[in-house]
Design a protein around this ligand. Structure first.
Ligand SMILES: C[S@@+](CC[C@H](N)C(=O)[O-])C[C@H]1O[C@@H](n2cnc3c(N)ncnc32)[C@H](O)[C@@H]1O
Ligand code: SF4
Length: 434
């Protein structure tokens, strides 16, 4: 276990604010579902951003944190840290330190008196404007995507039961339509001054009228604010491009979970069209960053290097600055699917070893050529096989592998072609259960 000087303090509740895909106001995306720690329900309530951030509930939680006391709703971070995994708490603390030595993390946090920089002030927002989405990606669910409602009508009952009983994610929560209210969006615009960054997810943000309303308002009140949009980039009409053209610090995380047939199985959308949209966005000069964001899962882990190689021509366009650091417009980021039936960690050990060997060999070459950095190599090696079943305990492995088998058989009927024919590791695992 890593030895950090603060066990429970986290910077996020002092400067961050999240509206999750169910319209719940929480301090950070890793926050667990503890009713005492739910700060507001924006589906029903009419609170503004200030009412919540400076309200009693959030203030008393910050008080506990500043004394380094345990906060129950942060259990996901504590659990990850106890397993030696990178928690949201530590990721945020690391971003604050240039030198990332563990002992220096949190050194500016005083136990008794918070220094000025840790007085609460919203600097970064993470907004999920709605759960409306045009896709139903294999690793996603109806909490994030209304597209899943239609798709799951044919889902076999036994898969649905297992999925709904899984405690670690939001999949089992019944679908409720959520659209962020205009008064809340207006309260963000009214309090824009100190805000440094807004990250927008969903649902699909580029399908969302409220998202475009906020972006358009930002073009007038703060066009240089850092905006990060996590999008499937399936729908980028001219009106959206006109708004983009007026924003000065626009960063797009394009969620592209593979190339060719693998992408199409995972996302159920035409890869050629996505490729075209990515290329079109790459030609917009005012987009600061255009990352390929790959949510790795058991469905696409075989396709990581093909995906990196496909987009390599963009990554090569980053250039080296005079101080030796890279000026990055294009990059590749790994995420990983959190549910055990979608988790690459349930693959056969031989296949995992082969995949890791390839990552090590091929990504190291990219690091040597300064196209990728050490962190990306580490993410590929460590995060890819830090599976949720390790957090739950190995005994359930067989259960989740069986569920994975049935899930793939069902999704093959939805997509109209067989994942086994395009993924050797998937085929190897499924053979065990034929
Ligand atoms: C829920 S999506 C919403 C934004 C947008 N629709 C998109 O796909 O980018 C936000 C991010 O979550 C990732 N994601 C989807 N399902 C996930 C899962 N089961 N576990 C972890 N991340 C997931 C997506 O790949 C995407 O990068
Ligand atoms: S596009 Fe995004 S929100 Fe929609 S189903 Fe896919 S991952 Fe989920």
């Amino acid at each position: 276990m890593e030895n950090y000087s603060k066990k429970h303090f986290c910077y996020l509740p002092f400067e961050g604010f999240t509206v999750d895909p169910r319209g719940k106001a929480i301090p950070c995306p890793a926050w667990t579902d503890n009713p005492d720690m739910m700060f507001a329900d924006l589906r029903t309530g009419n609170e503004t951003i200030n009412d919540i951030f400076h309200g009693k509930k959030m203030s008393s939680m910050r008080k506990m944190m500043s004394r380094d006391q345990k906060v129950e709703a942060c259990s996901v971070c504590y659990r990850k840290e106890s397993k030696g995994l990178l928690s949201q708490r530590i990721k945020v603390a690391r971003r604050k330190r240039v030198q990332k030595q563990l002992q220096t993390l949190f050194e500016d946090v005083d136990n008794k008196f918070l220094k000025v920089e840790h007085k609460p002030k919203i600097k970064s927002l993470e907004l999920n404007f709605s759960n409306q989405c045009n896709l139903a990606c294999a690793m996603c669910n109806h909490t994030h995507s209304s597209g899943w409602l239609k798709q799951e009508q044919t889902m076999p009952t036994h898969i649905r039961k297992l999925r709904d009983a899984y405690p670690g994610f939001l999949a089992g929560v019944p679908f409720e339509q959520y659209i962020l209210k205009r008064n809340f969006v207006d309260s963000i615009i009214d309090n824009i001054e100190g805000l440094e960054q807004i990250m927008i997810k969903g649902g699909e943000p580029l399908y969302d009228k409220n998202c475009l309303y906020l972006l358009e308002a930002l073009t007038k009140v703060k066009p240089d604010i850092k905006i990060i949009i996590v999008s499937n980039i399936t729908h980028v009409p001219q009106r959206t491009l006109d708004i983009f053209a007026k924003l000065q610090n626009l960063n797009i995380n394009a969620s592209i979970d593979g190339v060719g047939k693998t992408y199409e199985w995972v996302r159920g959308f035409d890869f050629a069209k996505i490729n075209e949209n990515y290329q079109m966005l790459s030609q917009l000069p005012n987009i600061k960053r255009l990352d390929v964001n790959m949510c790795t899962s058991i469905y696409n882990i075989h396709n990581v290097m093909d995906t990196i190689n496909h987009f390599l021509k963009y990554f090569k366009l980053n250039y080296k600055k005079s101080d030796g650091t890279l000026d990055k417009k294009y990059s590749f980021a790994f995420g990983f699917a959190g549910e055990p039936w979608s988790d690459q960690g349930i693959l056969l050990d031989e296949d995992k070893q082969d995949i890791l060997k390839t990552f090590k060999r091929d990504i190291t070459k990219l690091v040597d050529q300064h196209i990728f950095n050490e962190q990306q190599l580490q993410d590929a090696m460590r995060l890819q096989f830090a599976p949720s079943h390790m957090m739950l305990g190995n005994k359930e492995l067989d259960k989740w592998r069986k569920m994975f088998y049935d899930y793939v058989v069902w999704m093959n009927t939805v997509r109209g072609f067989d994942l086994r024919s395009i993924s050797k590791p998937v085929d190897n695992l499924m053979r065990m259960y034929d």
